[in-house]
Design a protein around this ligand. Structure first.
Ligand SMILES: *[C@@H]1O[C@H](CO)[C@@H](O)[C@H](O)[C@H]1NC(C)=O
Ligand SMILES: CC(=O)N[C@H]1CO[C@H](CO)[C@@H](O)[C@@H]1O
Ligand SMILES: [Ca+2]
Ligand SMILES: [Ca+2]
Length: 549
């Protein structure tokens, strides 16, 4: 009798990695400069990947690295398939992906679908009314008042960066829409060709081994369809913000320019493109950026049998400052966890390149508590580069200012109120020249003044530091209680919050944050799930009396 042996080779796709991923946002311009031109680049990121691995990071989201005239620091893309020369080459990118894979790190790219740069070939041809590209963007005729023949824009819409969202093109004799800066014309998603183009862009990068996308400014993808308004783009009405002036974005109620139903359908369509690739190996991840209320955000998760994305949860960024108490923090957590549809994955964000630094926003003494919170709650945690060190906002003079939102004010006195540069200063690797970021005489933004104290080398050498605490919590995050356990959040007083993640009769992790200046005693004996004996495995910089494991 012959023995027949059957080997079942199962190539099982890695479907769950993203559900508890610790994602680190690299802002490539400010991470590490490998060639001394003062601008961070892809080779610099590759060189520092071991640092991210040691820190306990699972995936890296790279802010835009694509060809761009850099009028909105890379969020104005002229070719979605090319790497900006200041960041490197396609070969550098492939090396980055390969090195990351070897280390077990995943790469997530920034996808900016609402607009291209006005220097994109698509826009240049559209402006020339090239038949294929004619309707790639939102073009409309101006409105002429009978009396004085003066031409006005097609509607009263205002850009996110102030003033009319319409710009007249002499060449085409029509206005185009730009919800952000003039150099960022909005794509027309009511055009099937644009839909296809953008799906091809996703496939292009998926074919190059990326694990997913962070999608920029999605809730403004669509505007009202003139077909439903007698061929015109309808005016928006006045908002209830009494302090806004007509040039301000806040002046209008944005009922025709954001959160339209069509937005969600497009997200579900992109999810389907990503799913084509999931069968080839790992799950491809998508997280969407929209500043909207929680009810709108929940729709991104999916609907009517269609899968969607994970929406960024900005609750901890928008609603937490130096004075927030733990009852308010608990409310932010509870709101998301209660409204989130069953079986979906939460996300927690403490900052990004548009927000003041965590230490500047909530105070240096709350940095550890907020980092711990994001890392211990169920779901995905996002850390913006440098928040693990407790970096503060840097001082940037008017002369050094780069951010268009600040430059557009033309105001050398008050520009800083609008500037996002202070949170974008170079990563402080050590206390040497330019904080070890670059060997150049001049860096694209100056390093923060306090880099001699706040830098990685100093924090690694210190007995206790924000970095060491972050790294310890990231290590604990890998245990079952945090990966799969239940959640309990209790505000014991206005300043003491206890978060328990546990698996019944097996394992528990307890995080205790005290937001007051006073020491206190916490009695955990009435928490029924804590039948196990506890030991301290990580304690923050200001926690005296505890030694780290
Ligand atoms: C793009 O817009 C900028 C203003 O932001 C303008 O200076 C430039 O000439 C425009 N380029 C093209 C190709 O239209
Ligand atoms: C956090 C973030 O990425 N914000 C971006 C949103 O989109 C606009 C326009 O693309 C950018 O200016 C912001 O930086
Ligand atoms: Ca460089
Ligand atoms: Ca749009």
């Amino acid at each position: 009798m012959r023995l027949l042996l059957i080997f079942v080779v199962s190539v099982s796709a890695d479907l769950n990695w993203w559900k508890t991923a610790l994602v680190y946002q690299v802002y490539p311009r400010s991470f590490k400069d490998s060639d001394g031109d003062g601008i961070g680049d892809l080779k610099g990121v590759t060189e520092k990947l071991p640092y991210l691995k040691d820190t306990g990071i699972d995936a890296i989201w790279l802010s835009p690295i694509f060809l761009s005239p850099m009028r909105d620091v890379g969020y104005d893309i002229s070719d979605y398939r090319k790497i900006a020369p200041e960041f490197g080459t396609m070969l550098d990118f492939e090396m980055l992906v390969r090195t990351a894979k070897e280390l077990g790190l995943r790469i997530i790219l920034d996808f900016v679908p609402n607009h291209t740069s006005n220097e994109s070939e698509w826009f240049v041809r559209s402006q020339k009314s090239d038949p294929h590209y004619k309707d790639y963007y939102i073009w409309a005729d101006g409105i002429t008042k009978e009396a004085d023949q003066e031409m006005l824009p097609p509607s009263n819409w205002v850009s996110h960066f102030r003033k009319s969202a319409w710009k007249y093109s002499e060449e085409r004799g029509q206005y185009y829409l730009h919800q952000f800066v003039i150099g960022q014309p909005d794509l027309n998603y009511r055009n099937e060709k644009v839909q296809e183009e953008m799906k091809e862009v996703l496939r292009f990068w998926l074919d190059r081994g990326v694990s997913g996308f962070r999608v920029d400014a999605v809730n403004v993808l669509y505007e009202a369809d003139p077909k439903n308004y007698g061929g015109r783009y309808p005016d928006e009405s006045r908002s209830d913000d009494p302090s806004a002036v007509p040039d301000d974005y806040e002046y209008l109620k944005h009922i025709y320019t954001r959160d339209l139903d069509e937005v969600y359908t497009t997200i579900y369509d992109w999810r389907q493109v990503l799913d084509e690739y999931t069968s080839k190996g790992e799950y491809k991840f998508m997280v969407t950026e929209a500043y909207a209320d929680v009810e709108h955000l929940m729709r991104y998760y999916g609907a009517e049998g269609r899968n969607g994305s994970v929406p960024f949860n900005f609750g901890l960024v928008d609603k937490v400052n130096k004075d927030t108490n733990v009852v308010e923090i608990k409310a932010i957590i509870d709101e998301w966890m209660t409204k989130m549809p069953a079986g979906k994955v939460a996300s927690w964000v403490n900052g990004n390149h548009d927000q003041p630094r965590l230490a500047s926003r909530v105070g240096t003494n709350r940095v550890d508590a907020m980092n711990m919170l994001a890392l211990i709650l169920p779901g995905i945690a996002f850390t913006y580069q440098g928040e693990e060190l407790g970096m503060t906002d840097g001082f940037i003079s008017w002369e050094d200012t780069q951010d268009p939102r600040a430059c557009n004010t033309d105001d050398p006195v008050n520009y800083w109120k609008h500037s996002r540069d202070p949170c974008r200063t170079p990563f402080p690797w050590d206390g040497s020249l330019n904080a070890g970021f670059s060997t150049s005489d001049r860096t694209w933004l100056p390093v923060a003044d306090n880099y001699k104290e706040v830098n990685l080398e100093t924090e690694i050498t210190a007995l206790k530091s924000h970095y060491k605490f972050y790294r310890d919590v990231a290590a604990i995050r890998k245990c079952d209680a945090i990966q799969k356990g239940r959640l309990d959040v209790k505000a014991l007083t206005e300043s003491i919050l206890v978060i328990v993640r546990w698996i019944p009769n097996a394992e528990a992790v307890v995080a205790i944050m005290n937001l007051s200046e006073n020491t206190g005693t916490v009695d955990l004996s009435n928490m029924e799930m804590l039948t196990v004996k506890l030991k301290v495995v990580a304690s923050g910089v200001d926690c005296n009396g505890f030694e780290n494991k």
